[in-house]
Design a protein around this ligand. Sequence first.
Ligand SMILES: [Zn+2]
Length: 254
Amino acid sequence: MANQAPPPLKPLPEDWSTAVAIVAHPDDLEFGAAAAVARWTGQGKNVVYVMVTSGEAGIDGLSPDECRTLREREQVESARIVGVSEVEFLGFPDGILEYGLPLRAAIAEVVRRHRPEIVITGNFRDTWGGSSLNQADHIAVGRSVLDGVRDAGNRWVFPEQLTGGLEKWGDVRAVWAASSPESRHGVDTSQTFDAGVASLKAHRAYIDGLGWEHFDEQEFLEGFSRPAGSRMGVAFAAPFEVYSMTWGGGDEDD
Ligand SMILES: [Zn+2]
């Protein structure tokens, strides 16, 4: 049988106003979702970034203490470029994240504090599609995000957090995982593609530290944004997998 074209991507809903993006490392959002974030902030939506680690184990030639400062600074700048003014670093150890209660609790606390309608994370499936393996931290964070979002809505889970005015929050509509190979939804990023490129370029020291001498941010982002765009009938798009968090999975987000 001949290769079939990938299925079309349905546009993600845009009738929301607050989102929190929770990912493992500085740069995770810039390698896929940043142009979509730029579109949303351009619509007046509020998006907060939460980095589970500071990516401090990411540069072979730089000690974690030096690296942490550098990467946090680059992340704050790349967020600013796409209209995000609030970036939190949770301080978990880069490279050795584990799925488990400490991570779920930290994510539940973030969700209870920010009270978002939408939570964004990165692809946490085993691969990026084909045989290209995903990374352990990404998988641990994505699974913890799904569970931490549900934990946030249950007052009897991590009840020690519910002091000083912090309350449970059970109104997250969906978790959206950027760049999942199982994506069935997308965001038209044709108008904000350049902002996405600029936000990835803000990770210059990191990319140089990887030794990717000839890495071209624009070329890299075009490489997946064009095929995703063609699945929506636009020039560029960012693909997302949707996990509905409403009981039974509401039609609006499926
Ligand atoms: Zn990462």
